[in-house]
Design a protein around this ligand. Sequence first.
Ligand code: FPP
Length: 237
Amino acid sequence: MPLFKKQPQNRILPTHIAIIMDGNGRWAKKRSMPRSAGHVAGAKTFKNIARYCNKIGLKYLTVYAFSTENWKRPKDEVEGIMNLLRDYLKDAENFKNENIKVKFIGDLEPLADDIKELIKKDEDGSKDATGLNLSIAINYGGKDEITKAVRKIVNEGIPAAEITEQTISDRLYTGGMPDPDFIIRPSGEYRLSNYLIWQSAYAEYWFSDVLWPDFTPKHLEKAIDDYNHRNRRFGGV
Ligand code: FPP
């Protein structure tokens, strides 16, 4: 059940929340468990939060599940995260029954063939959903995304004088999506870590010491309440 059945009066829900799901490893370490157990717990939190966002009527949620830099982690940890992704994708009912439209952003090419097939099936199967637009960033890096957009522009032969900010935005993985208004990073780190660096130009940020597996809808509600006290001026006065 949502904590609020209705949005409290006058409360503004961001249109697009982006989350850096950080702290799984430390959560596991604190319990003398392997890092992979932290990712298992993190995946549960992810499902819970995505479902909750859908229930309160959020339109866009984008989560950082695996970065272009995460391949540097031990092989078994990378495999563990990929297996969690497989489990999630196989359970396609996640999206269908819940009216969630799922999309993957990032360079999907290096992923295993079975994962790529599952991604395609789930994206196709949920394309008519009208609830939450859930984007999962896999093998995603903001600098890589911008580099690829520049290559597309050059390959399309667009004259330099005709290139606008929109030309670039349209060629990012997030093309057609509104920019995130609100970026949440738990686990006590204060960095963007190459996440949605172009799209976050005017986003509000929310940090918390809570580790991602411990993140609950109550934390999200607190974050949204704080968002409501921000004064967004977009460079104006
Ligand atoms: C960062 O915490 C987390 C990751 C790199 C992986 C996130 C993956 C999941 C939450 C599960 C899989 C996702 C889906 C979509 C099923 P960290 O490992 O860097 O934690 P630490 O900083 O405490 O070491």
